[in-house]
Each structure stands twice: as structure tokens, then as C-alpha cells.
Design a protein around this ligand. Structure first.
Ligand SMILES: [Zn+2]
Length: 140
């Protein structure tokens, strides 16, 4: 089988023919992992109820859980606004990460980012930008 043309025409693939697939646990919202799909992997994922990736390191299709038992059962697949990323919601069996952690981002660990906060409710300020909270001081 081949990927539906109306879907294939919306994909914006990288030079290797791949799009990024973000995998999220459907009920908790956990972001579990990121993988890569070509047209065939996406087609299989849409049809089989199981997530299939293209492994860039092994250069082969890889249906999640076939060797590890950590199956990802598909709940939904969505394409983003410009067609270069997929959001796959799943029911994850066991660990999503090959390290045995539930998510790849738990395995990689927190990087200690500075936590940003709006100064006033409803006002969002970007770091280093003049900010909307000021009066006309920057105008000129
Ligand atoms: Zn991982």
C-alpha cells in the first residue's frame, strides 16, 4: 500500500525524505519520544494501529515494540501546520525509551532552564524584548 496522495502532498520532508514524529501518551499528555517517519512508515502507522518509524541509525523500518514488547498502540495521528511534523497519540505499553525510562525526556534529563513568567496576568514578555508593559519610552 502507499500513502494516501492527499496526505503525501501535504508532507514537507527533510532531505532524507523524513518527517519528525512526536509521540504522546493519549490520556496523560506525556511526551514520550520523538522518531522519524518516511511515507511508508506513516502509511503503516495509519493502517496498522501500531507505530512504525524509520530508523536513521539502522536504515530500516522499526515497528515499536516488536523486539522490546514496548508496543505503541495508535490513538490518533495529526500533521502540523506546515507539514513537517506529526503528532502521534498512543497507548504506550511499558517504557517508550530504550533505556527503560517511561519517556526519552526523562532519560535525557532536565537542563535547568531559567523559568520565565509573565509580569502581569495576560501579558507575555519575551526575554530581551522591550515589552508591552512599558510606557512610550522606547518610541522615537
Ligand atoms: Zn529514548
Amino acid at each position: 500500500m502507499t500513502l494516501r496522495p492527499d496526505i503525501a502532498s501535504r508532507l514537507r520532508r527533510d532531505p532524507a525524505g523524513l518527517v519528525c514524529a512526536v509521540v504522546q501518551q493519549h490520556d496523560t499528555g506525556e511526551v514520550l519520544m520523538v522518531g522519524w517517519m518516511d511515507d511508508e512508515a506513516l502509511d503503516r502507522t495509519l493502517r496498522q494501529g501500531r507505530v512504525t518509524f524509520w530508523s536513521r541509525s539502522r536504515q530500516e523500518y522499526w515497528r515499536k515494540g516488536d523486539t522490546s514488547g514496548h508496543v505503541q498502540y495508535v490513538r490518533s495521528v495529526a500533521l502540523d501546520c506546515d507539514g513537517d511534523a506529526l503528532l502521534v497519540t498512543v497507548d504506550q505499553v511499558g517504557a517508550a525509551c530504550h533505556t527503560g525510562r517511561r519517556s526519552c525526556f526523562m532519560a535525557g534529563g532536565d537542563l535547568g532552564a531559567v523559568v520565565g513568567a509573565a509580569l502581569h496576568p495576560g501579558v507575555h514578555e519575551e526575554p530581551g524584548s522591550p515589552g508591552e508593559g512599558r510606557s512610550g519610552a522606547d518610541q522615537g
